[in-house]
Design a protein around this ligand. Structure first.
Ligand code: AMP
Ligand code: GLY
Length: 424
């Protein structure tokens, strides 16, 4: 089979790496890819949101299946365009992608189908939102309705912070039309966990659990990023919580798809808060998470292309999905300044010395320049390791970080700490 992977970050490197190991694969292309992906696949300089360009390429090369990494092309309807031309593609269509591209759609769906989530109100007028906050709330979470590259959510610990968030989203319009409407919701306390699942519209099979680290600095301080590291499994996700999530989140999700006549194929990602009152759904994403995918796929023992094909063909119930019991962790090496402004083009050293059967260095923002690998993004590399226990996997990952360098490199030194505090 000829496979095209759309995207160019750490998640896509992990996908390309895993797909390349499939017995059914002949050739893997990636658009646009990065320097790490280039070593194992054919990269083509087409942007992930250039749907026309991607479709022409897929038709020209007679691609058997296209796998979409990021949310933007899904929200823009890449699946609809491909399917219209009879091209097989893995991911939800435009309507189904609203679970991520509209927080209001997602919250109203949760409400209608009884999925536990934070209480919320919707506003399309900043003054009404502010009046409501002043009158009713001391702390809350303010969210832009539309896509905002993970930056449209403000956890406000005071009325002032909440009012500032409303201004930023609706008055300054920092996220453009994504901020035409907002959700103001109750602030939940607890530990977060990401549960990704394969879904073909009828059958849903969850993957192993994982936990992301969204804050830039140790101890979950500093600004929110796309994710500074992740590990799998997350011990907070016990068997009892899993049963509850299957019953209270995923079962009503599938029922709701039927109720709303939504065809959903691909990945559904449930971002959960494990509160004192049980698991509550913070958000849905309609794709693999980044960096959760890196440790998750490091644990996948089955042929991912077979699973992907079974989803696209609507026979996921036949899939056999096996996971390694060994935990895995991914520590992200980032460019100094990220998630704010940062420089690129810094030469990365030490990569060649890093070889081990329990190590994968997934590239995020890298490119090749004059024969050298240089930085090209905020999240540059994901040092991903596995071991018989999480503590050893974490120790291994940090040992490998010592070998790698680039100007202004920074990373969190406490990835996995919530899980480890229970066992060390
Ligand atoms: P979201 O994009 O909705 O997942 O929000 C991004 C991040 O904001 C989440 O990973 C949480 O850390 C935080 N967050 C979102 N909603 C809430 C909430 N209701 N209570 C507390 N934290 C939240
Ligand atoms: N790691 C969070 C996300 O992919 O949305």
């Amino acid at each position: 089979m000829k496979v095209l992977v759309v995207g160019g970050g750490g998640r896509e490197h992990a996908l390309v790496w895993k797909i390349s190991q499939s017995s059914g694969v002949d050739r893997v292309y990636c658009a646009p890819g990065n320097a790490g992906i280039e070593e194992i696949a054919h990269c083509v300089p087409i942007k992930a949101v250039d749907i026309k360009g991607l479709l022409n390429f897929a038709k020209d090369k007679q691609i058997d299946i296209t796998v979409v990494g990021p949310e933007a092309p899904l929200a823009a309807g890449i699946v609809d365009s491909f399917e219209k031309e009879g091209m097989a593609i893995f991911g939800p269509n435009r309507e189904a992608a609203r679970f991520e591209s509209s927080k209001i759609f997602a919250k109203e769906f949760m409400d209608k189908y009884g999925i536990p989530t934070a209480g919320f109100n919707i506003f399309d007028d900043p003054q009404l939102a502010k009046d409501y906050i002043l009158k009713h709330l001391d702390q809350c979470v303010v969210k832009a309705d539309g896509l905002a590259a993970g930056k449209g959510v403000f956890v406000a610990k005071s009325k002032e912070e909440a009012l500032d968030a409303v201004d930023k989203i609706m008055v300054q319009r920092s996220f453009g039309s994504s901020g035409d409407k907002i959700v103001v919701e109750e602030l939940l306390e607890g530990e977060e966990v990401s549960i990704l699942a394969f879904v073909d519209g009828r059958t849903l099979i969850p993957m192993v659990s994982s936990q992301d680290h969204k804050a830039a600095f140790d101890g979950d301080t500093g600004p929110n990023t796309g994710g500074m590291g992740a590990y799998s499994p997350a011990p907070v996700y016990t068997e009892a919580i899993h049963e509850q999530v299957m019953d209270e989140v995923f079962k009503p999700f599938i029922e709701g798809l039927h109720g709303e006549k939504i065809i959903y194929k691909g990945i559904i990602y449930a971002g959960l808060m494990i509160t004192g009152a049980g698991p509550m759904l913070l958000e849905f994403n309609v794709r693999f998470g980044d960096p959760e995918t890196q440790p998750i796929l490091f644990r996948l023992e089955s042929d991912i292309l077979e699973i992907i094909t079974s989803v696209v063909e609507g026979r996921l119930h036949e899939a056999d999905i096996q996971w390694s019991s060994d935990p895995s962790v991914c520590v992200v090496l980032a460019s100094g300044g990220y998630p704010g402004e940062y420089e690129t083009g810094k030469v990365i050293t030490g990569l060649k010395e890093c070889r081990d059967k329990d190590l994968m260095i997934f590239h995020g923002g890298t490119k090749k320049e004059n024969g050298e690998i240089v930085t090209a993004g905020g999240r540059v590399l994901g040092i991903t390791t596995r071991a018989a226990d999480l503590g050893d996997a974490v120790a291994k990952a940090y040992r490998w970080t010592e070998k790698i360098n680039f100007d202004k490199l920074y990373f969190r030194r406490d990835i996995g700490y919530k899980a480890l505090k229970g066992i060390t």
